[in-house]
Design a protein around this ligand. Structure first.
Ligand SMILES: Nc1ncnc2c1ncn2[C@@H]1O[C@H](COP(=O)(O)OP(=O)(O)OP(=O)(O)O)[C@@H](O)[C@H]1O
Ligand SMILES: [Mg+2]
Length: 473
């Protein structure tokens, strides 16, 4: 919290401070008012024997701070509560009437509450900064269209119950990492006493000039995962001689404090099948939020969240903000009709939308959309490569055939029967193939009953199939 904004304690806080002072000499079993304060949690973590003692330590520190500006207030409170002197004796000592002692005491309590609240706010801020330093810098200024996803996911993340493994799934550039980042930041703000960790398995990055950068970090393995977690959650712990020991130490820590761990781009890990059992061992009560391009539908007990494309208003909102940031005033002030062709060509993939705006610096909007529609030019080809190459290369002959039939499907989607007809694949076979394509987030399936189920592809996938793949083959 910045110094320029005075922070006032919530209503009733001074009363709680009063209660806590009255309990100064109570024993540990009496419970402790103010035990929820971050300051008290810190005292406990630093070795205070019980919450009562921890609260007293915090009160002592606050009294000392108060004494620096209001010496007599601090003295009065010490006499009344630490030395447990009756108001009458305090009145005698200070040579004032007894009712004055009570008035004065109330004022002193208000001041002490103010001091304590400021200490608390600073402590929370400091802790949040420590936790936020474990994240990567946020790649966005503002996220569009994520509020409802965020609210739904936060509810699951804050619940003490299963699911403990959550997967944010979707194709390249759809916004998985950004959503995980926003969630983690929200969790830190709401629960600075908890633990968070961020483990990245990312291999590549695409910049908005259309260059793919290889990230020189080792492929994520079980050992690398554990090491990353130990560094963040158990800093200063001695080296663990075996993975089991690291797992046990992390579990012990997670049992004491709520924790949320993100594993970003799980699909690029060396061996997802050996990582998942370790994640399961570490989870509960800790929660693990995974981002992955390939859905984990086969895994039991995993909560799936598939990131949808941005709708048109959000997509255009992103284009305008991006244009404003890139100093493209014409584009940022263009009306919906003028921007509509962008949505028509690109759809609601935020990465592609940002790349289009980035390219508009160099080419006209018309030119870049034409390039995109024709999969032409180095930046556009990089975009398609970045988003689709890995998934495409995993596909066998039949899934490729089914996928290549998808551009014939209308916006409403194609049924299994229709797709069987146009792809020439047998219905049963096609059903399996489509399941695989949905898992790889290349195709979206809507509706649950097999007969009513409809399959669609994103606008960008359509262009990729019609233009880029045609050239690869
Ligand atoms: N909802 C959104 N609003 C605005 N910008 C977004 C949104 N989601 C993502 N972005 C931006 O789009 C780009 C791609 O997003 P992000 O990296 O989160 O995608 P991803 O799904 O994690 O991709 P990958 O599969 O490559 O890891 C980023 O620059 C991000 O800031
Ligand atoms: Mg990502």
């Amino acid at each position: 919290m910045s110094d320029t904004h005075p922070v006032f304690p919530p209503a009733g806080f001074a009363k709680q401070v009063h209660e806590a002072l009255k309990a100064w000499s109570a024993d540990a079993s009496a419970g402790a008012t103010l035990a929820d304060l971050r300051l008290v949690q810190m005292e406990l973590a630093a070795g205070a024997a019980n919450p009562r003692r921890a609260v007293n330590n915090v009160l002592l520190r606050a009294l000392k701070t108060l004494a620096a500006t209001h010496d007599r207030d601090a003295d009065l409170l010490r006499m009344r509560f630490l030395d447990d002197l009756p108001a009458r004796s305090v009145a005698n000592r200070l040579n004032v009437a007894e009712p004055s002692v009570y008035r004065w005491q109330n004022q002193a309590l208000d001041r002490l509450a103010g001091v304590l609240w400021q200490m608390e706010t600073a402590a929370i801020e400091q802790r949040a900064a420590v936790l936020e330093a474990r994240l990567e810098p946020a790649s966005y200024l503002r996220l569009f269209g994520v509020e409802t996803h965020q609210a739904a996911l936060l509810e699951v993340l804050f619940s003490d119950e299963a699911p403990f493994l959550l997967a944010i799934e979707g194709g390249g550039g759809i916004g998985k990492t950004s959503l995980a980042d926003a969630l983690l930041r929200a969790v830190i703000r709401q629960r600075p006493d908890g633990e968070v960790a961020w483990v990245s398995a990312r291999r590549q990055r695409l910049d908005f000039s259309g260059r793919i950068h290889s990230l020189h970090q080792p492929v994520l393995t079980v050992d690398a995962l554990l090491e990353a977690l130990v560094v963040q959650i158990l800093p200063g712990a001695p080296l663990f001689t075996a993975p089991e020991r690291a797992i046990a130490a992390l579990r012990a820590r997670f049992a004491r404090q709520p924790a949320l761990v993100v594993v970003d781009n799980l699909e690029t890990a060396a061996d997802v099948d050996s990582l998942l059992p370790v994640l399961r061992q570490l989870a509960n009560p800790a929660k693990f939020l995974l981002t992955t391009r390939y859905s984990l539908y086969g895994e039991s007990g995993v909560f799936h969240f598939r990131v949808p494309e941005l709708n048109e208003p959000d997509a255009l909102g992103l284009v305008r903000l991006e244009a404003e940031q890139s100093n493209l005033p014409e584009l940022s002030r263009a009306d919906d009709a003028e921007l509509h062709p962008i949505y028509e060509t690109v759809g609601g993939n935020p990465l592609a939308l940002r790349l289009v705006v980035g390219q508009t610096h160099v080419h006209s909007l018309h030119g870049i959309l034409a390039d995109l529609a024709a999969a032409r030019g180095a930046p556009v080809e990089s975009l398609y490569d970045y988003i689709y190459k890995a998934a495409w290369s995993r596909l066998g002959e039949l899934p490729r055939r089914a996928l290549l039939a998808m551009p014939l499907v209308t916006e409403r989607g194609g049924s299994l029967d229709y797709l069987a007809q146009i792809s020439g694949l047998e219905r049963g076979q096609l059903s399996n193939v489509l399941a695989e394509l949905v898992t790889l987030n290349l195709v979206d399936g809507h509706g649950s009953a097999v007969t009513e189920r409809r399959y669609t592809i994103h606008a960008l996938t359509r262009t990729f199939l019609l233009e880029q793949v045609a050239r690869w083959r």
